[in-house]
Design a protein around this ligand. Structure first.
Ligand code: ATP
Ligand code: MG
Length: 254
């Protein structure tokens, strides 16, 4: 199982959007995909149409090892499974910081199910929290979606510096698969100046890390997520280019 974490240290950077669309595309291609909602906002759980019932285990119980990891997994659709979250996940913070090795807890829990899936996709929270650290610590690959704006550039700088910190303490030894510009705005054939300038800034900051083809500003992404369908089935195959590139890069590493 190859674990891919979508991380970016600011709200609204496209983490959940990328996690869902990538997970669905891999599942449609016949891969067994485990999605993990590591954000107490639980947007991934909501968008995947899963309702956490009272007394049903979530990522919180998995992290705390109150259950076997397998018992926190729910089937969502063909080839697609989820370890859900609800706002109770905030209670994991204290447990993780008290465990003395918070950054490797999720990685250890996932080892239990690594024979069952080909890909695991983790939707990390926007804060620099213990849950974020354990989401990064579990990753073989990290994708950093960042809005094509100055807020996005700032999120990139903060996220890369956290990744470096984790590398220094050996809590992350995988690779950053790419930086993914999000909500890149074009008017006709012209890229809006702010998008252009911020993506150029990302390239400078990225150094040897790849800046992937951007996710264009488009209402079709929300439609695809709400309807649970792919962008290509809505007739917008060209919008899938960034995801196709990610899948190609992932397959080279499996
Ligand atoms: P958070 O940090 O709050 O979890 P996030 O990084 O997960 O946020 P998303 O929830 O994926 O970010 O996206 C932010 C918003 O952008 C959402 O409301 C989503 O519907 C919208 N959105 C997604 N794709 C696009 C797009 N291509 N163009 C415009 N808006 C989009
Ligand atoms: Mg999110």
């Amino acid at each position: 199982m190859l674990t891919l974490t979508c991380a970016s240290l600011s709200g609204g950077q496209g983490k959940t959007t990328v996690a869902i669309l990538l997970g669905r595309m891999l599942a449609q291609r016949g891969r067994r995909v485990l999605m993990i909602d590591a954000d107490p906002q639980a947007n991934l759980t909501f968008y995947l149409g899963h309702e956490v019932q009272q007394n049903q285990p979530t990522l919180l119980e998995v992290l705390k090892k109150q259950i076997n990891t397998e018992d926190g997994i729910y089937e969502i659709g063909e080839n697609l499974w989820l370890i859900p979250a609800d706002d109770g996940l905030d209670n994991a913070q204290e447990f993780l910081s008290g465990s003395g090795m918070g950054a490797i807890v999720l990685s250890k829990r996932l080892k239990e199910v690594s024979d069952l899936f080909q890909y695991c996709i983790v939707d990390a929270p926007p804060q620099r929290s213990q849950i974020c650290l354990t989401s990064l610590g579990a990753a073989d690959h990290i994708i950093i979606p960042v809005e094509a704006s100055s807020k996005g550039v700032n999120s990139l700088i903060r996220t890369l510096s956290l990744v470096e910190e984790l590398q220094e303490i050996d809590a992350f030894s995988g690779i950053v698969l790419g930086i993914l510009p999000f909500r890149d705005k074009w008017v006709g054939n012209n890229q809006v100046a702010q998008s252009k300038a911020s993506i150029n800034a990302m390239r400078t900051i990225a150094e040897e890390i790849v800046v992937l083809p951007s996710i264009l500003e488009s209402e079709q992404f929300k439609k695809a997520i709400d309807k649970g369908v792919s962008l290509s089935s809505l007739g917008f195959e060209q919008l899938e280019t960034p995801f196709q590139q990610i899948i190609e890069r992932l397959q080279k590493n499996v």
